[in-house]
Design a protein around this ligand. Structure first.
Ligand code: AMP
Ligand code: ZN
Ligand code: FE
Ligand code: FE
Length: 303
């Protein structure tokens, strides 16, 4: 077995844990069953389903996981906004039977629909014509996201890949960008804690412009503030992060005592070079660390 060098290096890259994955219940393109099946086939043992603003894929994912003998952690991803930038929050071990969180998420999904329609109108003004009906069809009853609009643009031949639609039109500084109502990061953390979910900051570099010392300090300060309201971890092993980025984030996490999480953020997006499930992920011990926090949150709830 020593002779297959390329195979060995691929194995070294691979993680058995992936804590950031999307399904058709938001902007992923695989159903919960398809995604869990793919993860099982790829040799993953423990995964988290983290759809944007939706818990609706969790029962199906759990059922598929039980069938295939892998663990699915119930998760969610919330987008939050602050003057300093955008913060995405992952919540792990989320309690799906929670009317309060469910109603917050339903409100966000409604806001996504309104905003999606406005983006389509703005695109039309830019002479890019996609039909709103098609966007709704692509979102298939799940939380509407810009990737659905990007996909409709690919279908119409305006761009070759969804990513180009973001680069040219839909990105935060693009001509068709429309924002939506969101919680502040602190409110997002609080909403997750109230549910009993363990809050983790997703892809922290989204919040940064560059990786200079001022930006690292600004991120550290924001993380420390959120830690006060219950943030327990941050993604360190993520998507296409370079070794340098991973080292920078690991050092911030270890300075603050935050759990070092991560995953692929796989969407089956159709973009070239998309990070596939299990290509990156945290070591399995993080699950125990997240469970410990979950136990403490539940204990506080009972007290
Ligand atoms: P939304 O939830 O509608 O704000 O869209 C955000 C989603 O779009 C993210 O979760 C990614 O799936 C995707 N996305 C964001 N930025 C880009 C980009 N530059 N290229 C491709 N996909 C992106
Ligand atoms: Zn997404
Ligand atoms: Fe995100
Ligand atoms: Fe995500």
């Amino acid at each position: 077995f020593l002779c297959v060098a390329s195979h060995r290096s691929e194995e070294l890259l691979k993680s058995r844990v992936d804590l950031h994955l999307h399904t058709t219940m938001s902007d992923g393109r695989l159903s919960p069953t398809e995604l869990v099946t793919l993860c099982a086939e790829r040799g993953l043992r423990q995964i988290a389903i983290t759809d944007h603003d939706s818990l609706e894929g969790l029962p199906e994912a759990q059922a598929a996981a039980a069938e295939l003998g892998i663990d699915v952690i119930s998760g969610v991803e919330l987008g939050a906004d602050e003057t300093g930038g955008e913060v995405h929050l992952l919540g792990y071990f989320v309690e799906a039977d929670d009317p309060e969180l469910s109603s917050i998420l339903a409100g966000f999904r409604e806001g996504r629909t309104t905003r999606g329609r406005r983006i389509v109108e703005r695109l039309a003004e830019l002479d890019v014509h996609v039909s709103w009906g098609r966007v709704l069809e692509l979102s298939d009853g799940g939380a509407v996201g810009r990737p659905h609009i990007a996909q409709a643009m690919v279908e119409k031949g305006y761009v070759q890949y969804p990513k180009e639609a973001f680069d040219q039109y839909l990105g935060r500084s693009g001509p068709a960008y429309v924002g939506r109502e969101r919680l502040t990061p602190a409110e997002g953390v609080a909403a997750l804690v109230k549910n009993g979910a363990v809050p983790v900051m997703a892809h922290p570099t989204y919040y940064m412009s560059g990786d200079g010392p001022e930006e690292v300090a600004r991120l550290t300060e924001t993380l420390a503030g959120l830690q006060q309201v219950g943030l327990a971890g941050m993604e360190v092993h993520y998507g296409d992060y370079t070794t340098r980025q991973v080292e920078m984030l690991a050092s911030v996490a270890s300075e603050l005592g935050l759990i070092q999480c991560g995953g692929s953020d796989y969407h089956a997006s159709g973009n070239p070079d998309e990070t596939e499930p299990g290509k990156v992920g945290p070591p399995p011990e993080v699950i125990g660390a997240l469970q410990d926090v979950r136990g403490r949150l539940l204990g506080q709830g009972e007290a």
